[in-house]
Design a protein around this ligand. Structure first.
Ligand SMILES: Cc1cc2nc3c(=O)[nH]c(=O)nc-3n(C[C@H](O)[C@H](O)[C@H](O)COP(=O)(O)OP(=O)(O)OC[C@H]3O[C@@H](n4cnc5c(N)ncnc54)[C@H](O)[C@@H]3O)c2cc1C
Length: 528
């Protein structure tokens, strides 16, 4: 088999690229995905992330190494393994980040990646339910819509945050990100709009596009430092070589893309030699620069019922299912969080440095059963952590999971910012109308000192599922791709997914991943 372009990974970025490149009938495109088709009905029901995350039929089910910053705890790191990738199992929250994030990328030397360059790409993809304006598009296929439910405890949080002095914001992707309000979702009529729904479904019958599922790429085929194709194992368990006439594009995500480079001999030479992998290009930055958002989850018990009570009552559960079946609304149409806050921990900061995710339910950890009492969650994360972790190979076996070392809370500034965020959460809880709803603070509970709050975070904080940066774009010695997303020192190979972010954006990472797919498509279509 051959194709002009081979795309590895049908995730948020890969689906966009497959769509845009196959729009030209002169291009032949093959999209290889390790996971299966998105036939599981829970993928398309928003609240189904509770069923698809930690489920090996749709999730890679990675686990981090014991993390020193988390007092030696290991975390589950879900990543989508199915058409649509992580966009098929994520929390549906649609956030682009701050214009300054992209201007910073450009200032690092990445021409063409400033906010004014990338903003049109977000708009082009978007089908905004509220209509078009200076910040939103309606001509795309990625449906973005308002939530299909509200809950009094979340409304009370939004009002209390305003009483605490934070402005209301009806659009975190509009003129400014700062403030408190409600998330918009990648959903249409109460159904998930994954990257596969938005970008593959409408074009899957194109004769020049082939989508191959259950095809796990083992390594790149490299000849004289040029990518000529990929080696993969197909659904029948047979190993195949697929040749690319023009380029190979890695969109295997922030864990998969560096892993595939290293398996192919592209990475830090000493590390590859330790594993007996012949070195093709000594690129020390591969797998380094790993960044993620770490969430501290405060739980408050309530006088009034929350979703915990609804979800534990069999009759209410039946009613939820009936409501969803009837008009696709109610808790089953719920994204991972209802409300958000993008706030500054210091007035001297130019833009928000922490994000809140407000959930009308609580659990020991996301994906586990809800608590048997009325409670809700205020999750807070630092938006631009300084700490950097890494992805390394455990072995040369392409089917073994790599080592994931997130290295959370490694710097003093990260520790201070998270503690400041926890204190802001507590302060908001003291304002009406929220104060009147709360019967007690379950977590962190008695801790009062900064050290006590930090210790609580180290013992309980978890990922909010945004790993990025492991094949960083730039020009320095740690850069893996240049601003055209070409891998340094290897011809015919590009990377487009969250791994190329030089620094993590200030928000959720699905929309930016799709934008990166749009950008690569434009680069290729214009011959750059
Ligand atoms: C549980 C969860 C909740 C999240 N919630 C949100 C949210 O609410 N809002 C938000 O904006 N972001 C959210 N995110 C993050 C966001 O979804 C991801 O950052 C984004 O989807 C990543 O896109 P990507 O293209 O980089 O990688 P992915 O979408 O992960 O795609 C990578 C694809 O490559 C495939 N692949 C990997 N290795 C191979 C191989 N060797 N051969 C073939 N195929 C391979 C994978 O199976 C996958 O399909 C969440 C993520 C998770 C996991």
């Amino acid at each position: 088999m051959t194709a002009d372009y081979i795309i590895v990974g049908a995730g948020s970025a890969g689906c966009v690229i497959a769509n845009r490149l196959s729009a030209d009938p002169n291009n032949s495109v093959i999209l290889l995905e390790a996971g299966g088709r998105d036939w599981n009905p829970w993928i398309h029901i928003p609240v189904g992330y509770f069923k698809t995350m930690h489920n090996p039929s749709t999730d890679w089910c990675y686990r981090t190494e014991a993390d020193p910053g988390l007092n030696g705890r290991q975390l589950a790191w879900p990543r989508g393994k199915v058409l649509g990738g992580s966009s098929s199992i994520n929390g549906l929250l649609y956030v682009r980040g701050q214009p300054q994030d992209y201007d910073h990328w450009r200032q690092l030397g990445n021409a063409g990646w400033g906010w004014e360059d990338v903003k049109p790409l977000f708009l082009r993809a978007e089908k905004q339910q509220r209509g078009a304006d200076a910040y939103h598009g309606t001509a795309g296929t990625l449906s973005v819509s308002d939530p299909q439910l509200s809950r009094p405890i979340v409304d009370a949080w939004v009002k209390a945050a305003q009483a605490a002095g934070y402005p209301y914001n009806r659009d975190f992707n509009g003129e400014t990100q700062e403030g408190v309000g409600y998330f918009q979702l990648t959903a249409q009529n109460g159904r998930r709009c994954s990257a596969a729904t938005a970008f593959l479904k409408p074009v899957r019958h194109r004769p020049n596009l082939r989508i191959v599922t259950r095809a796990q790429v083992q390594r790149l085929a490299l000849e004289n430092r040029r990518a000529i194709g990929v080696h993969y194992r197909n659904a029948a368990g047979a190993d195949r070589l697929l040749r690319a006439n023009r380029e190979v594009i890695l969109s295997a995500g922030a864990i998969g893309s560096p892993q595939l480079l290293m398996l192919s001999g592209v990475g830090e030479a000493a590390h590859l030699r330790d594993l007996g992998i012949p070195v093709v290009a000594d690129l020390p930055g591969v797998g380094r620069n790993l960044q993620d958002h770490l969430q501290a989850r405060l739980v408050f018990t309530c006088h009034q019922p929350t979703l915990n009570d609804e979800a534990r009552n069999p009759l209410r559960k039946l009613a939820m299912a009936a409501q969803y079946a009837w008009n696709r609304t109610g808790p089953m149409a719920m994204a991972a969080s209802l409300a958000a806050g993008f706030l500054r921990t210091s007035p001297h900061l130019e833009t928000p440095d922490i994000q809140f995710h407000i959930q009308p339910w609580s659990a020991d950890s996301p994906g586990e059963g809800v608590h048997p009492f009325s409670a809700f969650t205020m999750s807070v994360c630092q938006l631009r952590p300084e700490s950097r972790g890494e992805i390394r190979l455990k072995s040369a076996d392409p089917f073994a999971h790599p080592l994931i070392r997130p290295n959370y809370l490694a710097t003093q500034s990260d520790q201070q910012t998270l503690v400041a965020g926890i204190k802001i959460a507590r302060a908001i809880a003291g304002f009406d109308p929220l104060r009147g709803c709360i019967s007690g603070e379950l977590r962190p509970g008695p801790a009062t000192s900064d050290d006590g709050l930090l210790e609580w975070a180290r013992n309980s904080a978890t990922t909010i599922y945004h790993p990025v940066g492991t094949c960083k774009m730039g020009a320095g010695p740690e850069a893996v791709v240049n601003h055209r997303l070409q891998v340094q020192g290897i011809e015919g190979l590009r990377i487009a997914d969250c791994s190329i972010m030089p620094s993590i954006i200030s928000g959720n990472t699905n929309a930016p991943a799709m934008m990166i797919g749009e950008k690569l498509s434009d680069l290729l279509r214009s011959g750059q």
